[in-house]
Structure formats: C-alpha cells, structure tokens
Design a protein around this ligand. Sequence first.
Ligand code: PLP
Ligand code: COI
Length: 334
Amino acid sequence: MNMEWDKLGFKFIPARANIRYEFANGKWDDGKVYLSYDITLNVASNCLHYGQEIFEGLKAFRRKDGSIGIFRPEENARRLNSSARHLLMAEFPEDKFVEGVKQLVRENIDYVPPYGSGGSLYIRPVMFGTTPQIGVSTATEYTLVLIAVPVGAYYKGGLKPVDACISMDYDRAAPHGTGHIKAAGNYAASLISSKQAKEKGCAVALFLDPATHKYIDEFGTSNFLAITKDGKYVTSDSTSTLPSITNNSLMQIARDMGMPVERRKIPVEELADFAEVAACGTAVVITPVEHIYYGDKVFDYGKEVGPKLQELYHRMTGIQYGEYPDEHNWICLV
Ligand code: PLP
Ligand code: COI
C-alpha cells in the first residue's frame, strides 16, 4: 500500500472493504462484504427524518511484534447496544459484533498503518433505521455498516496541547436526553458550539452540564480529565456524558500508577486549580489542553505536556502498540 503513513490525519480515506448487516423480520443476517461505499436508501427512511442513527468508534493497531490488536471491541459492542436500547433500535449480538470487527480488519489488512508510524485503523460501526416512514415511530428494518479508515492524530501534532472554549450559548445534550449514548444527533447539536470555538481560535468546545451549567460535562468528541496539583485523576460524573472506553481504561491505568481516581461533579471554578487538563477518547487518545476560555476568563495549563498526562499517554499507547504489558486483557488479537 502506497501511503504516507506518518502524515495521516483524521480524514476519510476509504479502505478496501466494508461489511453490512441487515435487520428485517426480527433478525440480523450474516453480513456481506462490499467494495463500494455507496448505499441505496429509501428517501423516507427513518434515519433521514427521525434520527434513529447511532455509531461507534474503535481502533486496530499494528503492534511491535507484528500482530494486529483491536482495543476493547467488546466494550463498543456493549455501548452500541446501550445506544440501540435507548433509541428503541435493534440490538446486535455482541459476539457477532466482535467477529465482524475482526473480519473487517482482515479484509482491510493493508490499510492498518505500520508499527512506528503513530497511526491506526479507525473502525466506525454505524447503525440506522431504513424503514420508510412519514409518521414518527421506530423503524422495523435497520442496517449496520462497519467501515474502516486509516488515521493518524485527530488534532494536528499528536501529543500537542490544544485550546478549548466553554460553550456559553448552547448545550449538546439535555439533562435526561441522549448525551450518555452515541447518537448521531448529539454531534449535530454540537456543531454550532464547535463553530463558535473555532471562531475563537480553539480546537474544541467544552460543554457544561445542561441542567445547571455549573459543572464540567465533556468535550464535543471526548471526555474531560484533569490532574490535581496533588496528583489525583479527576473526571466528570454526569448522566449527560458518553461513558468513554478510553477514560475508563485511563482510570484503571491511573490506579495502576498509584494515583487516586475521583469521578465526581467538577464545578467550573475548579478549573482554576488543576495542574493538567486533557480530552480523552478513541479518536483524540489523550489530547492535552493548554487554555480553556470561559466567557472573559481564561485558564492556563501551560504549553508543556504535564508529567502525569505524558505517563498516561505512554502507558495507554504502549498497551495498544504492544510495547507495554496488557495486564487487563484489553487487546483482542486479529
Ligand atoms: N465523548 C464523546 C462525546 C465522544 O464522541 C467520544 C468518542 O467516542 C468520547 C467521549 C470518548 O469515548 P471513547 O473513549 O469510548 O472513544
Ligand atoms: C471517537 O473517538 O471514536 C469518536 O467517535 C469521536 C468523534 C470522531 C466523533
């Protein structure tokens, strides 16, 4: 494969094949491999009008010993089903999901970036209701497509700090809404804040809890984590944020490093006290934050990546690339 592996960003580069599963008459089929990325859809499909559309994101890594490993795919299978349950969509068998993801990687093996390039194969499962409808109700037919894209860093520069801007005018989620699932609509709702953030020179918008706007929720595409001056790992506890598999894994790594871990409400004012702040997620891995803008206030965490974030990044990517022992059995070999 002729590709500039070390120059990959987070752009859509179609890999060789995608896999599609269809749900009809109450059951999923066995899936088919497609080389085309086009799809035929009825214009009245539920997903286009009423938004039954959920997705996932996970990565496969080419490892130091030449093997290929997928990071915790069974967790994505579970979260896909938690999203499906909330939007009354068809659940997908979890073992079949993991098998499908492995098959997808095998079908696209030449697109898994080489070890040492810093890249990975991003896997994007997307499920949508295809039943033609004009009245608002749930679909009875669904499609699940697994696509793969070779990616590098989400924000240019890898472990380079970005600036964030607290969204003052808009929420991405409602207090009892869909913030805790991976519904496509959440991302549509976040675009306007993301645009405002970019206009202020920030890479990313940070959202407050939609009920009171007093506590930190999460970034538009990732969870919020902070390191206190006395070395604790702190992350938000909120019913309107996505339960991040990366954050969950980092909390375990932090405990392994002997750091106290606190998952709790984080008042906005506490931003003034943190030593290090980062965004974490599959796409962004750990992205350190240099400044957070909050109205006319600015919190500054410095240009240098802090020592705890560096160590967390080192261990996390070490486990993924097979440079560090996988003590918790997170890697699923293909
Ligand atoms: N929060 C949001 C809104 C996200 O889109 C993502 C990305 O998946 C995350 C958090 C991080 O979740 P994960 O670590 O499972 O990728
Ligand atoms: C991920 O990190 O996998 C995401 O889905 C975030 C984003 C690209 C929407």
